[in-house]
Structures are given as C-alpha cells and as structure tokens.
Design a protein around this ligand. Structure first.
Ligand code: SF4
Length: 321
C-alpha cells in the first residue's frame, strides 16, 4: 500500500547568481513499511529531498514545483500548523548530528516527555514510562535513571540512540534518517543499523535512509535510489541493483568502495567533481565524468524501465560476468 507519492519534486535555492536546482524533477513511491536507501555524493540532492518531504528547507531554498502526497494528503504548501501536527507524530526525522534534535539544557527525560505530550494526552508518569521503554529498546542500559541525564553526559553513539528513540516515540508512519550513523564508529553503526531495521519492521514504519555509504544502505534497505545532480539516475531492489548496476554512476560508486579493490592495487575513483548546479551541461549531467559518454549524451536522457528497475541513461550497462 502506497504511503508516499512524490511527483516531479523541484526544490531550488534562489540566489543572486540564479536558481540552484538542488532537487530537479524527483518522482518515486514509498510503500508502507518499506525501507528505501537514498544515496549519492555530497551535493547530489539527497538530503534536500529528505528536508523537502518534511517541510524543513530553509530559505533561500524552497519547493518550487511538484507534489508530495503523504497518505493521500498533499504536503506541498500545507499550512505550517498542519505540518507541525504531522511532524513527530506521523513523520519523524533523524539527523546526522543528534545535537540538531537534542536540547543541551534539558534532561533527556524532560525532552522526551515534552515530545510525547506534544501529540498525546498522557500524564508525566506515563510519558516517562514510554520514554524509558523506547530508550531500553534502543539498547540504553538503566534507561529509567538515564532519563535524568543531560545530552552531554552521553557518548556520541548513545546520543544518536536517544535521537532515534525520540523519533520512534509515536511509532510514526515514516522516518527520514539523514546519515544517522555517519559520525559513529563502525561497530556502533552496525548495531544501530540492525536495531533501526528491526524496529521499523516491528512497528510497520517506512524508512528513508539517506547516506553516501553503499554498504550501510545494502544492509538496511529493500530498495535503493541513486541521485546525481538533483535527479534520480537509478533505482531498483537493493540487491539486484548493487549486484548489477545499469547506470555508470552507480557502477562508479561501487568501484570506489575499498572492499571492491584488488589487494595492492590503487583505489578506483570517479574522475572529476559533481557539477555546479547553477550551470548544468545539456543532456546528461554525468557526461563529463562518464567513460561511456558519446555524442548522444548531450541530448535528453531516456528513462529505461524494466523488471522493477529504472536507469536514466543513453547506454545502460549490461551485467558484468
Ligand atoms: Fe554516461 Fe551517457 Fe549514460 Fe550519461 S547518458 S551516464 S554520459 S552513458
């Protein structure tokens, strides 16, 4: 059952130099309980897509076109008060830096009680009990006593667990997680990935996991969408897509992983840099970095759809043996 339907979403940053097209015609569906990995390099538009969905794009950025339908309700241009009712209760966000969620001058318990009572009529005692239960689920020992601690009394990994527990307080329909494990040790990352996946499955919550880490996305997601220059260039079931990518950019991201390098060989990388979004070349924006580019690539790029997969490319790749 479709929970989220995004069509031709465009989010631009209107600067003196012109419109920076951070998100430029993004369309996708998300099913209830589905886990979607959204990947790409810095500046590909993945985080701006996440912020657009929850109405948190700061000026001079704004959604200038398209549609975001959440459970049948249009979110583009929704009144601020209506959006606030949805945020936290039905759509939650986990940021890369838990400091963006946690108030340093309030105890964790106070913040969680306020977050519960913002959407539910629960007594202080019941709200604290709910908060302690969520912290315990996220692996925070002695949760009841830890409610009286301040954010600075937790390690980075524990603070991120608290931020995730807050996002899960109301068992929302959708969580948008923007690189929540990027700043953590590899072992803590793995634990949090496993726990978030289990909790999302258990509560039927759909998850959009935004990351530049293909390994993390492969571990957590059902489906993957690869973004480049504000557009989705490839999407499909995560295993099939990563096993045999059809878009040269996805292939390049995979080839850049240290795990795919031959011992003793130089690491491969995608040549060049992401393009300036103010002045994109005509046709395929990846062309200056693509080893398969030819004269056709300066013309409009076709969308090739087959078998539940999509690639935006003139010359989609054949699977490697
Ligand atoms: Fe490369 Fe051309 Fe495909 Fe773009 S359209 S990814 S330049 S082959």
């Amino acid at each position: 059952m479709t929970l989220l339907q995004v069509r031709a979403l465009r989010t631009h940053f209107l600067t003196r130099a012109g419109a920076v097209k951070a998100v430029d015609g993004v369309s996708f569906d998300l099913q209830r309980g589905e886990i979607l990995g959204l990947v790409g390099e810095s500046g590909s538009g993945k985080s701006v897509t996440g912020f657009s969905l929850i109405g948190l794009v700061d000026p001079p950025g704004r959604v200038v076109g398209g549609s975001i339908r959440f459970d049948g309700q249009e979110l583009v241009d929704l009144a601020v008060t209506r959006m606030r009712e949805l945020r936290g209760r039905r759509i939650a966000m986990v940021f890369q830096d838990p400091g963006a969620t946690l108030n340093p001058v309030l105890t964790i318990g106070r913040q969680m009680v306020l977050a519960v009572q913002a959407h539910r009529r629960l007594s202080e005692r019941a709200a604290r009990a709910l908060a302690a239960e969520r912290l315990t689920r996220l692996g925070i020992p002695d949760a009841e006593a830890r409610l009286d601690a301040y954010p600075h009394e937790f390690s980075g990994g524990m603070r991120q667990r608290v931020a995730i527990a807050m996002a899960l307080l109301h068992k929302p329909d959708l969580i948008i997680a923007d690189g929540p494990t990027t700043a953590l040790d590899v072992s803590i990352q793995a634990q949090i990935l496993v726990e978030m996946r289990a909790l999302a499955r258990e509560s039927g919550t759909a998850l959009i996991w935004i990351s530049h880490d293909l390994a993390a996305v492969a571990a957590v997601a059902d489906r993957i969408m690869v973004m480049y220059a504000g557009r989705i260039v490839e999407s499909g079931p995560v295993r099939a897509t990563l096993a045999a990518p059809r878009h040269p950019y996805t292939r390049g991201l995979l080839d850049s992983l240290p795990a795919t390098a031959q011992p003793g060989a130089r690491l491969r990388q995608i040549p060049g840099n992401t393009p300036a979004l103010l002045s994109l070349p005509p046709g395929c924006p990846f062309a200056p970095r693509c080893g398969y580019a030819d004269a056709a690539c300066v013309t409009d790029v076709p969308v090739i759809e087959h078998d539940g997969r999509m690639a935006r490319c003139h010359h989609p790749l054949e699977p490697r043996p």
